[in-house]
Every structure is written in structure tokens, then in C-alpha cells.
Design a protein around this ligand. Structure first.
Ligand code: ARG
Length: 568
């Protein structure tokens, strides 16, 4: 069964074409309504057709409605206001659709799912600890990967590590002289970071140390085995450390090709740019200039000393991805300070006639309201500390709410709630804006937060346990009469459409907004109607609503990379 918005759109377009065979229906708009009193979906098609048809919208709407064949999908169609067409879906269709709500193979069969979507996210620069600045890329990228996977795409999650640069010469010198083995075993990245700082401090008035670092770097670049081995060790140690954070965040990758992977390709990229007349010499460097209307700064692809740059590396990376995969699209998740960089790179790729869809998914930075936490360690908040703090705070909340649960379970719930709260606080925002992080708000059990949704899920589990029915089957048709039931059903059927919209706009917050609306409609339903009633059919039908709501919340949160607990 196709997604419900597509089904109704087809019916509407058939009606339009029957009434007005001359018009173009390619851009017909159809949306879910905010309020069920306007039906389930609404279209402004009659209004947009008023101009080309030179008629008033209400009269056009009437002709369209008369021409529509409702099939077994629609219950009624009404014209409202200046000429909106409102569609109410039949209850039997809704129940049938609800029974297929997770049947993704059919639901999303209209999408072009061929090829691979490569998502480039997290991508820290190695030998440094991950901090709050890495959170958004890591979890937005992971969520997009989950959503695209769910829709049936093949995705590749690539952690494009920053593993190449001049700092490695210094690091090799410092490692060879001052490594603290115990500290390295405990937290290798923290130790590497310390070594780097140590080098900067000690080399201050010692040009011979800088000379030594340059010589180590040269050996590394020339592929000298000793240096290459050490550098590889830095990469492996960094990945080992990062994986601890990724595990806690429940984030994973398919590949860890760092920038260095594309290094061998750089000279050929430069050649290509020169041959195509795109790269030009300017003050000894190689530079690509853009047309005035592109409003982009010139892009240096090779420095005077022969070194290649970030943009060159990303061009090489696109080329390699095109060769290695059957690319559907390339998605890059970084903060908005890199927007000019990706504009330059994508523009050059298109000037090279590379036929590849590239999207930079940018986001604003995250700031803290709670100065106390951020001031504890200077201005940097490490992700490890952020997660520790989240679990600690969540543990206090959970202990207070569930004093009788065994401590082990309290800790597990605290982990799920704490990490969930941190992730949700990020993913539920419009990603383009900066985030002000607020512990009290995010760990609240009310409002648009993870704990609120997780709590609704847990509550439904206890309702089910109380009802003592394991097998909740499809309800009888036309059984739902109460306005809150009808409203909740109207919300449930929007789940697949919300996911499709989230994927199209690369916005996980479309999913969280949807889940929040659903949870609220569920609470309204639950506060107004008893579930465990005498009448078996009504009881089963209400349990069905409870169960489906819980399943949608669980699946939706999973697409945000957030877990649920059976009780809270
Ligand atoms: N390592 C970079 C940084 O920390 C992010 C890399 C993003 N991906 C890319 N293909 N440029 O800023």
C-alpha cells in the first residue's frame, strides 16, 4: 500500500483532470490539516487553478469535487472558506493503513531508492578529544542515516576523520620523548592532546625542536615506515577512544576513511583543474575563481609551497566516492561555518561536469545556558563529561520518581533518559538555529522532550500489562466514535509522511515534532476515555490505539537514535 498522501493526491489529480483535462497537475499541493475539523487533508488546488482557468476558486472546487471518485479511500470531501478542498478518509481505510504502518517496502515504493547515499558526519580531527562542538554533526548525521535506511535506501556512514596535517610532525617528536604510558592506556586521546600542548609549550624558544618536527613530518609524508606506523597508531588510538563515545551515543559508521585516504589523488585533481582551465596561477598558488554572481571567494587548491588544501581534499574525496559507489547523493553534516567551503567545492565539482548530487546539511552551534557546567573545564565541554553529567542528573530524577526500582534498573533508565534528553534537545530543534542547552528543560518529563515521549511509551506498556492481553488484533471497522480516538487515528496515519518529509528536508526535527504531537493527542485520548472497559470490542480497539501509539513512538525515537525503557 502506498503512502496515504500519495493515494489521496492521485484521487484528487484524477478528479482535477476529469473536470479540467487541459491543466497541469504536477504541482498539486495536499497537506495534512492541523485540526481534524477540516478533515484529514486539505488542498489549495482550486485556488492555484483560479488564475489559469479564469474562474473563481469555489466554483472550480465544486467542479473538482463533483468529478472525484472517492473509491474506498475517502469518506467525504468538503469545500471550505475561499475554496479549500478538505478530505476525510474512511475509517475502514484508516484501520487498513494503520495495520500496514510499518510496511516500508510498499509505503515508500514511489521513492527513487537506487544507489548509495553517502553520509559524512561526526568527522573529528584526530588526536583531540571530542567536545560539544562534535555532538550535532554526530547525531544529526546518524539520525539522517537511520531515516534514509528506514525508507529503504542503502546508506554508507563515513567518518571523514581529520587525520592529515602538519601537527603530526610535532606529535611524533612529543610522543617519542614524553609519552606517559599509563595515561595513554587510560585515555589515549587525552594523552595525545597533552603531548601536543607540551610540545607547543617547550618548543616556544627552541627552533631546533621545530626543525625536528619538520623533519619527522617530511619523513611521514615520504612514507618512512617508522613515522607512518606511529601516525597510524595515533589514528587507531583516536578511533578506539571515539568509539567509547559513539557506543554511548548509539552512533555507528560503515567507514572511517580519513582525509589522508584521498591524499594520493590530489595531484591528479590539480592536473584536472589545470587542464580544464579552472585552476589558475596567482601569486605562486593555484586558485579557482568563481563567476561574480556566485558570490564566492577564490578557492586556493594548492599553496605556493606545493601543499594541497581542504578544498582539494574534498574534491578528491567526491571523485573517489563517485568511483567507489553508485552514488544516489552525498550528504555532508557540519556546522554552518563550513558553508562557504562546501559551496566552493560543489561549484567546482559542477564546473568539472561531475554528475553528482551533493548536499551540505549545516547547523548552528550549541551553547550552554548553564554557565556552571561549561566553566568547570574552561570553555570546552568534552562529550564524555556531557554524557556523564546527563546520566548523573537523570539518575537523580529517576530515583526520585521510582524509589522502589532496583538500583541497576534505575541506572539503566537514567542512561536511556539522560542520553536521550541530550540527543533530543539537539535533534528536536530546527537545525539551522543555534541551540541554547538547558539541563532542566531537557530532563523534564513535560513538554517537547525525550523523557516526556519515553514516559508516554512506558505508561502504555503498563496499560497493556494491566489489560493482560498479549495479542492486540485489528479493531472492527467503524468502532471508533469518540472525537479523541478519531483525532489520534488521524495523527497515527501521518507517521510515514512525516518520515518522508524529514528525509526530503534533511530535518530530524520533523520526526520529533510529529512524535510530540502524537504523544499529546494520545494523552488527550487517554485522559478522556477509559481503556479497560466492559465492552470487549471497545476495550480491544482502545488497546489497539495504545499499542500502535507506543510502537510509533518507539520506532520514531529509534530513528532519532534514542532508546525507550519498559518502565520509568
Ligand atoms: N574534520 C572536519 C572538521 O573537524 C570536518 C570534515 C567534514 N567533512 C568533509 N568531507 N569535509 O572541521
Amino acid at each position: 500500500m502506498e503512502i496515504i498522501t500519495e493515494q489521496v493526491l492521485k484521487i484528487l489529480n484524477e478528479g482535477i483532470l476529469k473536470a479540467f483535462p487541459q491543466v497541469d497537475v504536477a504541482d498539486t499541493q495536499l497537506q495534512f490539516t492541523k485540526d481534524i475539523k477540516f478533515g484529514h487533508m486539505q488542498s489549495n488546488a482550486a485556488m492555484t487553478l483560479a488564475k489559469p482557468l479564469r474562474d473563481n476558486p469555489r466554483s472550480i472546487a465544486t467542479k473538482i469535487v463533483d468529478a472525484i471518485d472517492k473509491k474506498d479511500v475517502l469518506e467525504s470531501i468538503e469545500i471550505a472558506g475561499p475554496g479549500f478542498i478538505n478530505f476525510t478518509i474512511s475509517q475502514s481505510k484508516i484501520i487498513e493503513y494503520c495495520n500496514n504502518l510499518f510496511n516500508t517496502e510498499d509505503l515508500f515504493s514511489n521513492l527513487d531508492r537506487a544507489g548509495d547515499i553517502i553520509i559524512d558526519y561526526s568527522s573529528p580531527n584526530i588526536a583531540k578529544r571530542m567536545h560539544i562542538g562534535h555532538l550535532r554533526s554526530t547525531i544529526i548525521g546518524d539520525s539522517l542515516k537511520r531515516i534514509y535506511n528506514y525508507l529503504g535506501y542503502h546508506t554508507v556512514g563515513d567518518n571523514h576523520l581529520g587525520d592529515w596535517g602538519t601537527q603530526f610532525g610535532k606529535l611524533i617528536v612529543a610522543y617519542n620523548q614524553w609519552l606517559d604510558r599509563d595515561a595513554y592506556a587510560k585515555d589515549s586521546v587525552e594523552e595525545l592532546e597533552r603531548l601536543y600542548v607540551e610540545f607547543e609549550k617547550r618548543s616556544h624558544d627552541k627552533p631546533e625542536m621545530l626543525e625536528e618536527a619538520r623533519s619527522e613530518l617530511k619523513k611521514l609524508q615520504d612514507g618512512d615506515a617508522t613515522q607512518v606506523e606511529l601516525w597510524k597508531e595515533f589514528i587507531q588510538a583516536s578511533i578506539r577512544e571515539y568509539n567509547k563515545i559513539y557506543t554511548r551515543l548509539n552512533v555507528s559508521f560503515d567507514t572511517y576513511y580519513g582525509e589522508s585516504h584521498y591524499h594520493p589523488l590530489m595531484p591528479s585533481i590539480l592536473d584536472l583543474l589545470k587542464t580544464k582551465g579552472l585552476a589558475k596561477e596567482s601569486e605562486g598558488a593555484q586558485v579557482v575563481f568563481f563567476d561574480e554572481e556566485e558570490h564566492l571567494h577564490p578557492c586556493i587548491v594548492q599553496k605556493k609551497d606545493g601543499a594541497y588544501l581542504y578544498a582539494t581534499s574534498d574534491l578528491a574525496c567526491i571523485k573517489m566516492r563517485m568511483e567507489d559507489y553508485d552514488v544516489n547523493q552525498l550528504i555532508y553534516v557540519t556546522d554552518d561555518r563550513q558553508a562557504p567551503h562546501f559551496k566552493q567545492v560543489f561549484s567546482i565539482a559542477s564546473k568539472l561536469d561531475w554528475d553528482v548530487k551533493c548536499e551540505h546539511i549545516s547547523f548552528g552551534i550549541m551553547k550552554f545556558k548553564d554557565g556552571h557546567f561549561s566553566s568547570r573545564k574552561g570553555n570546552v565541554i568534552y562529550l564524555k563529561d556531557l554524557l556523564d553529567e546527563a546520566e548523573r542528573r537523570a539518575f537523580d530524577v529517576v530515583k526520585e520518581k521510582n524509589p522502589d526500582l532496583p538500583e541497576e534498573e534505575q541506572r539503566d533508565i537514567a542512561r536511556i533518559v539522560g542520553v536521550g534528553a541530550v540527543k533530543y534537545a539537539d535533534l528536536s530543534q530546527n537545525r539551522s538555529s543555534a541551540i541554547i542547552f538547558d539541563w532542566d528543560k531537557n530532563l523534564s518529563f513535560d513538554g517537547n522532550t525525550a523523557p516526556y515521549l519515553q514516559y508516554v511509551y512506558a505508561r502504555i506498556q503498563s496499560i497493556k500489562t494491566k489489560a493482560g492481553i498479549d495479542n492486540i488484533s485489528s479493531p472492527k471497522s467503524e468502532i471508533f466514535k469518540e472525537p479523541q480516538e478519531i483525532r489520534l487515528l488521524g495523527q497515527l496515519i501521518q507517521f510515514p509522511s512525516a518520515l518522508q518529509k524529514a528525509a526530503e528536508s534533511y530535518r530530524p526535527n520533523v520526526v520529533s515534532d510529529y512524535l510530540f504531537d502524537l504523544a499529546q493527542d494520545f494523552n488527550t485520548f487517554y485522559n478522556a476515555n477509559r481503556v479497560i472497559v466492559e465492552d470487549q470490542d471497545i476495550k480491544l480497539s482502545r488497546l489497539y490505539l495504545c499499542d500502535l501509539t507506543a510502537k510509533v513512538i518507539k520506532q520514531g525515537l529509534e530513528l532519532l537514535g534514542i532508546e525507550v525503557a519498559g518502565r520509568m
